[in-house]
Design a protein around this ligand. Structure first.
Ligand code: IMP
Length: 185
């Protein structure tokens, strides 16, 4: 079995086991594309992809969106370990003209919800017509602020996950499946 298709992976001292298969991810991303098509086909939305974690999800998502749209990339501090720090660097890469645009923020995962809350607040300063979040993963039990979105790929338990763009200390983004940290590891 090659490195990018394993039931278990070891990253440093951490052991992970396969949690979401690539086929399930593909099919859910397609469904999200259909939902977005219904809601945004005539709105020429602007997808703002939050790097680094959302790069793989975004690449598949926009290919599942068969309607006019634009894609831009923004960046914040990366996650540096197993606990959300709650700290965020300045959001960089925002396009100049967002006034009256329909913005879709593309995230890999919403954990406490603090990051996405700060991003949304920042974007609202630019007077967009609307702002919604499309997130592949949501950990509802970890939320520390209000978070609502009709575009959530999967609700997952609080365990740390990697793969499909999500990392641990920069590693494991390359896996096509999503892996969950084994308990007690
Ligand atoms: P929040 O501000 O607590 O919602 O954290 C959001 C960010 O933390 C995400 O964009 C990820 O970069 C990171 N993060 C949270 N949980 C995980 C995880 O299970 N795996 C990898 N990154 C995570």
């Amino acid at each position: 079995m090659d490195r990018v298709d394993r039931d278990r992976i070891q990253i440093g001292t951490h052991s992970f086991e396969k949690y979401l298969q690539r086929e399930a991810i593909k099919s859910r991303v397609h469904e999200l594309g259909v939902d977005l098509m219904v809601d945004y086909h005539d709105k020429n939305p602007l997808f703002l992809v939050v790097l680094n974690g959302a790069f793989m999800f975004a690449a598949d998502l926009v290919r599942a969106c068969d309607f006019a749209h634009e894609v831009e990339f923004v960046k914040m501090a990366s996650y540096g370990g197993l606990n959300a720090s709650g700290e965020m660097k300045r959001l960089i890469g925002l396009p100049d003209k967002m006034e009256d645009r329909h913005i879709l923020i593309v995230e890999d995962i919403v954990d406490t919800g603090k990051t996405i809350g700060a991003v949304r607040e920042d974007l609202l300063q630019h007077k967009p017509a609307s702002v919604e979040v499309v997130t592949l993963l949501l950990k509802p039990d970890c939320l520390e602020c209000t978070f609502e979105s009709p575009y959530v790929g999967f609700e997952i338990p609080p365990a740390f996950v990697v793969g499909y763009g999500l990392d641990i200390d920069g590693q494991a983004r390359n896996f096509a499946d999503i892996y969950q940290l084994k308990k007690g590891k």
